[in-house]
Ligand binder design. Structure first.
Ligand code: SF4
Length: 196
């Protein structure tokens, strides 16, 4: 599986499907062993910290995510993290991140191919946790909204998808923290029971 992912990431590193390619500095890729992944997590797009460090969820949201994962009995080494969009979408002269609305349809195909690689190699179908609206909508359809779908497992083709709030949401909306914690605890019980 690693070889196939290596080839895919080589293609992504030279992708020019959208204008974000001009600003690409450092490719972002999860550093855990994909063969050991018990869960796949899908975020939105890299931000400044991710570009700096070269792996997804490297900043404040990443710290939150690690805390939530521990509630599910998972470490970062036991999950595989990826994004819908691969290059950093910026606004305000690079000072802040923005929602990559125009880039999603151009970039999302990489995620589809990445998940197909996992599906072709995994005996027990892995749970794919979407973090926030962007990955939820890409995988489950535009009518899905995180506020309505969070915490409920969806069977989609050969994938089990669990929509969760993006960890950054709890930084801005502190009232979400308890809800996200309880849903990660449920995730832990679910994957344990499913033998993942
Ligand atoms: S954001 Fe995606 S589609 Fe755009 S250049 Fe980067 S890899 Fe290609």
């Amino acid at each position: 599986m690693k070889k196939e992912l290596d080839l895919l990431y080589k293609e992504i590193a030279s992708c020019t499907r959208c204008h974000l390619a001009q600003e690409r500095i450092n490719p972002v890729r999860d550093q855990s062993d994909p063969g050991k992944a018990r869960v796949i997590l899908v975020g939105e797009a890299p931000g400044a910290n991710e570009i700096k460090h070269g792996f997804p969820f490297a900043g404040e949201a990443g710290k939150k995510l690690s805390t939530y994962l521990s509630l599910a009995g998972l470490t970062r080494e036991e999950v595989y993290i990826t994004n819908v969009v691969r290059c950093r979408p910026t606004a305000n002269g690079g000072k802040r991140n923005r929602t990559p609305a125009k880039e999603i349809p151009l970039c999302g195909g990489w995620l589809d191919r990445e998940l197909a690689i996992f599906r072709s190699h995994t005996v027990i179908p892995l749970t794919v946790v979407t973090l926030g609206n962007i990955s939820l909508k890409w995988l489950c359809g535009k009518s899905c909204i995180i506020g309505n779908c969070h915490g409920r497992l969806v069977q989609l083709d050969e994938m089990k998808i669990l929509p969760m709030y993006h960890p950054a949401a709890a930084i801005y909306r502190k009232e979400l923290d308890a809800l996200i914690r309880s849903e990660f605890e449920e995730l832990g019980k679910y994957i344990e029971a499913a033998g993942q």
